[in-house]
Ligand binder design. Structure first.
Ligand code: SF4
Ligand code: ZN
Length: 390
């Protein structure tokens, strides 16, 4: 017997994963969009006049996010400006193809697009990194670099916020992973709909309560153009286990995803638990709870042929390197020996011997005269770091 839509009584064509309601296509679209609108309004994600970068990978989540935000912005007059921002990790056969999808989305949705690449920012593609380190820790490098690359792209665009397509399933997996790792600091942060409020660039997740299955359904019924191939360097094994675990739970308890998110939101941390204090990386100036951020340590390791340098929780060598670099950065203020290249992290072997009087270019923790900066921007790939004892 045909089932009727529980909302409009026309013929239903789907069963909504989140509620179990039988719905027609139009009522599903409307329920999906209204829930995202409700999330945006109740969390006060946008302020009129803001420019918002949509982290766009060409995958289903970010494609649906860009589509729905454009639609809601027009329907409810948010008065925000949207820009697509993509990161090219340099993964042949994966990201090159998915970026073609983003370029088509740019045309389809009539939104500006900016692409930043690992090669341009760090001097390394993921293809080259995997050649160097193999397939074990590649996602650690990729995740750390991507996070910073999005921030850097957003800063170039001078946007007010970044939105990402992280959905409810992603957040539930992250809660479980952080519980299993005992990572209290991340556990506390990972359910927040907006992070980085105290830093330069807040990040928001308008799909925080949106199920992945519904995003796929929405993209399918709207016939959106998205890229669905998996990365050639995946899977990220640990997340894969958390995902499989939640899928099993969901079979027995359909509300498992939202329940896990609510549990994560409600956890409180004892006063005695020491939380990392957010500061700035002394090398690149980005937010970090260590003197030198993880991206800088990983990059230093790659450039020095020590790719395992930043892997692991509190690597002995990482600590030594961080101390050494922090010490050097402190010295470089009075003797301009270290300079921050526009997009890369470099260190000069020789400065003007500490006598330079034109200390005109400063970024957090490092300094150099204009002449040095220009020279480095031209020549930065040839420069080497000072020797560090291990
Ligand atoms: Fe990067 Fe790993 Fe994701 Fe591939 S699977 S894009 S290497 S984080
Ligand atoms: Zn850094």
């Amino acid at each position: 017997m045909p089932v009727n839509c529980s909302s409009c009584k026309r013929a239903a064509i789907l069963k909504r994963p989140k509620t179990g309601d039988a719905l027609c296509k139009e009522c599903f679209f409307s329920a999906f969009e209204e829930e995202v609108h409700h999330t945006i309004k109740s969390a006060g994600l946008f302020t009129p006049g803001e420019t918002i970068a949509v982290g766009a990978s060409g995958g289903k989540d970010s494609t649906v996010l860009a589509y729905v935000l454009k639609l809601l912005n027009q329907r409810y007059n948010y008065n925000i400006q949207l820009i697509l921002l993509s990161v090219d990790e340099g993964i042949t056969g994966y990201r090159d193809d998915s970026l073609e999808t983003v370029k088509r989305n740019q045309q389809q949705y009539d939104l500006p697009l900016k692409i930043v690449s690992y090669e341009e920012l760090y001097g390394w593609t993921m293809d080259a990194i995997v050649k160097q380190i193999g397939l074990k820790n590649n996602c650690t490098f990729c995740g750390v670099f991507r996070r910073q690359a999005l921030d850097r792209g957003a800063m170039i665009l001078k946007v007010d916020k970044i939105v990402t397509g992280h959905n409810a399933d992603d957040i539930a997996e992250t809660v479980i992973m952080n519980v299993l790792r005992g990572d209290i600091a991340r556990l506390r942060r990972c359910t927040a709909i907006t992070t980085g409020m105290d830093g330069a660039l807040p990040r928001c997740k308008p799909f925080k309560y949106t199920y992945e299955k519904e995003i796929v359904m929405y993209a399918y019924f709207k016939k959106l153009d998205y890229f669905s191939t998996e990365c050639v360097y995946s899977p990220n094994a640990y997340r894969g286990f958390a995902r499989a675990f939640i899928k099993d739970l969901e079979k027995m308890r359909p509300s498992a995803i939202i329940d896990i998110i609510h549990s994560g939101e409600s956890l409180s941390v004892k006063k005695e638990v020491r939380m990392p204090v957010q500061g700035q990386c002394s090398r690149c100036g980005y937010m970090s709870s260590n003197p030198v951020c993880k991206a800088c340590v990983l990059l230093e390791g790659l450039n020095r042929g020590l790719p395992r340098l930043g892997i692991g929780k509190e690597h002995k060598e990482r600590r030594k390197l961080a101390d050494k670099l922090a010490q050097e950065e402190a010295q470089s203020i009075s003797s301009p020996a270290a300079v921050f290249g526009e997009m890369n992290i470099v260190r000069v072997e020789k400065s003007h011997g500490g006598s330079c009087s034109q200390l005109s270019v400063k970024v957090p923790g490092v300094a150099g005269c204009e002449e040095e900066v220009k020279k480095l921007q031209l020549d930065r790939r040839k420069l080497t770091v000072d020797d560090i004892d291990f």
